[in-house]
Design a protein around this ligand. Structure first.
Ligand code: MCA
Ligand code: AMP
Length: 481
């Protein structure tokens, strides 16, 4: 296939990446990734310690140039989560920034330090095909540990080019964001996107409204964020006139990973004159729909299917819904070159996610307006929680809670949260009703074993969990004692 990054074929002095006060031009990026790619065993899989730093971008681009699949690791993941990801994906080595301290079990892997100044090596031309895996991104399901979605090179090229069409995204754009680099949003859209266009990206290290204002005031043209970030922007606008001015200058503000409430859309538009564009995607499908930069913005919708993406709504029994009436609710199914190839080592889960004729069952419920705009109204599984834009399975948190000696039974639900969209709530029957473990101890336990964003924000103690005749927990009946 043609190169994923044409701008690296004849690199110039334009800035490609900036993280804080460290930046790299296309020429420097071509040199560093060429040198690193030459050291990666062709056809293998490598882990990337995905801190929000220059080295992560260099590592992933080097892997892609070498035809090697990258498995980005959340550096805040706990031992249990990292253990699962490493045993499942079996990377041959880990790429990390020099000086980064790696926890067990990552430090047991052979390590290659990512040098951002490497140069001079000629890149071998690996025989790569469109269907070859580019990334393995771990994503939560309702039960069990996260599954590795295998994303081929073809899907990355397709989704980024479809977004370029929808957003009129060019090499002149300068993107700013503070998204984590171990998920599709921050890594594929937020780093590989600008590089495929030959433009540049400035990463904030961590999201702050001040950082966003500063970059948009100094030449950045686009902002990507999850709804929690736009909510924090909407909250800050009345106190920060410079933020309103900076956002007003942007060419495009894009939100995704979860629904942006209409109230936040409206507050941002009122203060800045800008309309936030929403797009809808998934780890397994990359991007499916978007409001177009030149289209009619409509808060509460995720726009139209992207070029090349087939989208349909189906009834419970799989019958396609033909109505475009803004009312008939069905599950979204998608098909097209944006799809993953399957879950690593999980042919059962892959088969369950796809229909016989190749449609991917998203689990998202939606209606379609008469002009085709898609409006997401809910999710099929109540055991999937979206908090801060992260997808979190109730089952994995329940399992972690049950490993705490003070917990006899546990159930996990999501409840509405103005900042996070949903917050994680744990319902716990303590082993000793006289002395239940402190809430913070249970939160820390989950944060340490899985990841901090998976920790319960609220813990309720109960004397028993409501169960049906089959013994299954009735989550809808959970109320405080
Ligand atoms: C707090 N912290 C802890 C604990 N409590 N650490 C250990 N143990 C604890 N008990 C730390 C956290 O690690 C974090 O550190 C800091 O305290 C604040 O934590 P938290 O409250 O969880 O973070 P937040 O400020 O509420 O985060 C909000 C956020 C974040 C910044 C919006 O949720 C976020 O980055 N979301 C993006 C999710 C995303 O990219 N999703 C894309 C997947 P520190 O501050 O140092 O970090 S979806 C996708 O890819 C599809 C394709 C799509 O459509 O986009
Ligand atoms: P993930 O599996 O972490 O990649 O998250 C994908 C899920 O995020 C989708 O299945 C949707 O439920 C949700 N999502 C992504 N973008 C949007 C959006 N713009 N509006 C509503 N939900 C979204």
């Amino acid at each position: 296939m043609s190169s994923l990054f044409p701008a690296l074929e004849s690199p110039d002095g334009q800035v490609a990446l900036r993280f804080g006060d460290r930046s790299m031009t296309y020429a420097e990026l071509a040199g560093a990734t060429g040198a690193l790619a030459a050291r990666l065993p062709a056809g293998s899989r490598v882990a990337v310690w995905a801190t929000p730093a220059l080295e992560t971008a260099v590592a992933v681009v080097a892997a892609l140039r070498a035809g090697v699949a990258a498995v980005p690791l959340n550096p805040k993941s706990g031992e249990k989560e990292l253990g699962h990801i490493l045993s499942d994906s079996a990377p041959v080595l880990v790429l990390a920034a020099p000086g980064d301290e790696l926890p067990s079990p990552v430090r047991d892997l052979p390590r290659l330090d990512v040098e951002v100044t490497g140069a001079g090596s000629t890149l071998p031309s690996p025989a790569v095909a469109d269907e070859d895996p580019a990334l393995v991104v771990y994503t939560s399901g309702t039960t069990g540990p996260p599954k590795g979605a295998v994303i081929p090179r073809r899907a990355i090229a397709h989704t980024l080019d479809a977004l370029a069409d929808a957003w009129q995204w060019t090499g002149d754009d300068v993107l700013v964001h503070g998204l984590p680099l171990f998920h599709v949003h921050g890594l594929v859209l937020g780093i590989l996107g600008p590089l495929r266009r030959g433009g540049s990206v400035r990463h904030l290290g961590r999201f702050t409204t001040e950082g966003v204002a500063h970059e948009l005031d100094n030449g950045a043209t686009m902002l990507f964020g999850v709804p929690t970030m736009y909510h924090r922007i909407a909250q800050a606008l009345p106190e920060q006139p410079e933020l309103a001015r900076a956002l007003g200058r942007a060419r495009l503000l894009v939100s995704g990973s979860a629904a942006l409430p209409v109230h936040d859309h409206e507050r941002i538009t009122a203060a800045t004159g800008q309309r936030v564009v929403e797009r809808y995607g998934m780890t397994e499908t990359l991007m499916n729909t978007s409001v177009r930069a030149d289209g009619e913005p409509r808060p509460g919708t995720v726009g139209l299917p992207l070029p090349g993406v087939d989208l349909r709504l189906v009834e419970e029994d799989g019958t396609p819904i033909t109505a475009y009436d803004g009312e008939t609710v069905g599950e979204i199914q998608v098909r097209g070159p944006n799809l993953f190839t399957g879950y690593l080592n999980r042919p059962d889960a892959t088969a369950g996610a796809l229909t016989a004729d190749g449609w991917f069952r998203t689990g998202d419920m939606a209606v379609r307006d008469p002009d085709g705009y898609v409006r997401i109204v809910g999710r099929k599984a109540t055991d999937l929680i979206k908090s801060g834009g992260y997808k979190i399975g109730a089952g994995e948190i329940e399992n972690a809670l049950l490993e705490h000696p003070g917990v006899r039974e546990a159930a996990v639900t999501g409840e509405p949260d103005a900042d996070l969209g949903e917050r994680i709530v744990a319902w716990v029957v303590p082993a000793d009703p006289q002395s239940p473990p402190p809430d913070s101890e249970l939160a820390d336990h989950v944060a340490r074993r899985l990841a901090p964003h998976k920790r319960p924000r609220v813990v309720h103690f109960l004397s028993s969990l409501p169960r049906n005749d089959m013994g299954k927990i009735m989550k809808r009946a959970l109320t405080r004692d």
